[in-house]
Design a protein around this ligand. Structure first.
Ligand code: NCD
Ligand code: ZN
Length: 467
């Protein structure tokens, strides 16, 4: 494959020729014409592209860039874990052309001004496009939600059961209910109070769906992976989903379930959807590819909340994805330092990086399910619909952003630490192999990754605000 690198970073003409392109009509061998960052046409017959940057993609797949709706940039707040530069370098290397960042950065993104400051910071470093979720606290007011929406929030995230440190302005995962510095976590009352406002703003409400009462009742020292599973039972997920859906239903609020991890949670969600709830489901590669058995090999790299569960849970999630009941695969990219992840199971923070391996792991899973073209639906089309970008991203069609990923189906990739661009190079999928590799990645027509290397300056814009 050849690419005119002198044009790298420019947003003029671009033609990607001869590749098998994932189009709304299915895979087709067509040339993709791009002008000023936007796809202008898909052409069967090759017109001689004069003056354009021509990329020969024969033998390659040309896919829409992935939109990872669940990442934790740690920026601002924890630069030792990650920042917007390293996050989006990893994203660009993996074919993720848009990331939507969670609001548990510091200060927590609980008001319009905080979101604007975070957006300014991200714009200066982002190598791919980005969007920002707003934070729901138990004290969140209607005005705060409106301010967040006005500042360009994609929607709102409520971490059920996670307290907020008033002095540190930070979401905390292991709340000590006695501490006067801790504001009570958002609960179902918070959701009921704010769901009509969220519905009125027309944005999705995302929940971290683990019932706090169940978690509190089953809390225990974590000495083994069995303790992890026992302390966060699947019933906690199912109960939170049913309760969330019941509340959202009354107002027509769109409820999005982050990182679905269990067969029971899936059953609860599907029951709600059958009854007419506007519930959308997201799961992550780790829940689709790993089981509790992998803990022996991975140790705390696999510690995350909710936990990776049993083979039966994994199989139910894969089946739901194959059936189209789960429409979004995101990563919950949640890096921590080596020192933190090296602590004993009980003290190591939960979370694993994953943004760079989203596309390649989904292509591999889709291939195993007999249809590699399912992968762009899970990582691109489904997410674009969730966040209201289905008219500009997530498809290779005229008028859409030229967020394009050229994938080599003849060269595999092993997920080795050496190729990872995140500040945390060790993740739960370490050592896995995909039959595919990422050859080139374009964000709105600008080359951002070539042969695994980053190219050009940060070009990321905020969605939908900067359009
Ligand atoms: C996330 C983090 O570290 O921010 N951790 C995790 O285990 N998933 C928080 C979250 O997404 O719940
Ligand atoms: Zn998360």
């Amino acid at each position: 494959m050849t690419s005119n690198l002198t044009e790298a970073g420019a947003a003029g003409d671009l033609v990607i020729t001869g590749g098998t392109v994932y189009t709304p009509d299915g895979p087709r061998i067509v040339d993709v014409h791009v002008l000023d960052g936007v796809i202008t046409s898909l052409e069967e017959k090759r017109r001689s592209p004069v003056g354009a940057n021509v990329v020969d993609a024969r033998g390659m797949y040309v896919l829409p860039g992935a939109i990872d709706v669940h990442v934790h940039s740690r920026d601002p707040g924890f630069p030792e874990k990650e920042d917007f530069g390293t996050l989006t370098s990893a994203a660009a290397a993996g074919g993720v052309t848009t990331v939507i960042d969670m609001p548990n950065t510091v200060p927590g993104v609980d008001a319009g001004g905080v979101l604007e400051a975070k957006a300014a910071l991200a714009r200066s470093k982002a190598r791919v496009d980005f969007g920002l979720w707003g934070l729901v606290r138990s004290s969140t007011t209607v005005e705060q939600l409106e301010g967040l929406a006005q500042a360009g929030a994609i929607g709102f995230k409520a971490y059920l059961g996670y307290a907020f440190s008033l002095s540190r302005k930070q979401v905390l995962y292991t709340p000590d209910t006695e501490d006067p510095d801790l504001e009570a976590p958002p609960d179902y009352g918070t959701l009921l109070r704010l769901a009509p406002v969220v519905a009125g703003l027309g944005l999705p409400l995302v929940i971290h769906a683990e019932d706090p009462g169940i978690l509190a009742a089953f809390r225990r020292p974590l000495e083994s992976y069995a303790d992890v599973l026992a302390s966060r039972p699947a019933e906690a997920e199912a109960v939170a989903i049913s309760a969330g859906a019941a509340i959202a239903d009354s107002f027509g609020t769109r409820l999005h379930i982050a990182h679905l991890s269990s067969a029971l949670g899936l059953m609860a969600a599907e029951a709600a959807i059958r009854d007419g709830s506007r519930v959308s489901l997201e799961t992550c590669p780790q829940y689709l590819l790993l089981t509790d058995q992998d803990f022996n090999r991975l140790g705390t790299r696999m510690k995350m909340f909710p936990p990776v569960r049993t083979a039966a849970d994994r199989d139910a999630l894969v089946d739901a994805l194959a059936r189209g009941a789960i429409k979004v695969v995101a990563t919950d990219h949640a890096p921590h330092t080596d020192e933190e992840k090296g602590r004993p199971l009980d003290q190591a923070p939960a979370g694993s990086p994953g943004v760079q391996t989203l596309y390649l792991s989904c292509l591999e899973l889709a291939k195993r399910l007999g249809d590699v073209w399912k992968a762009p639906r899970w990582v691109s089309e489904g997410p674009a619909a969730l966040i209201g970008l289905h008219e500009s991203k997530g498809q290779i069609s005229p008028g859409f952003d030229a967020d394009l990923v050229i994938v080599d189906p003849r060269r595999g990739t092993t997920f080795r630490p050496a190729i990872m661009r995140s500040r945390q190079r060790h993740g739960a999928l370490e050592g896995m192999r995909s039959s595919f590799s990422i050859a080139e990645v374009y964000v709105r027509g600008r080359l951002v990754t070539h042969a695994g290397r980053k190219v050009g300056r940060p070009v990321g814009r905020m969605v939908p605000a900067d359009r």
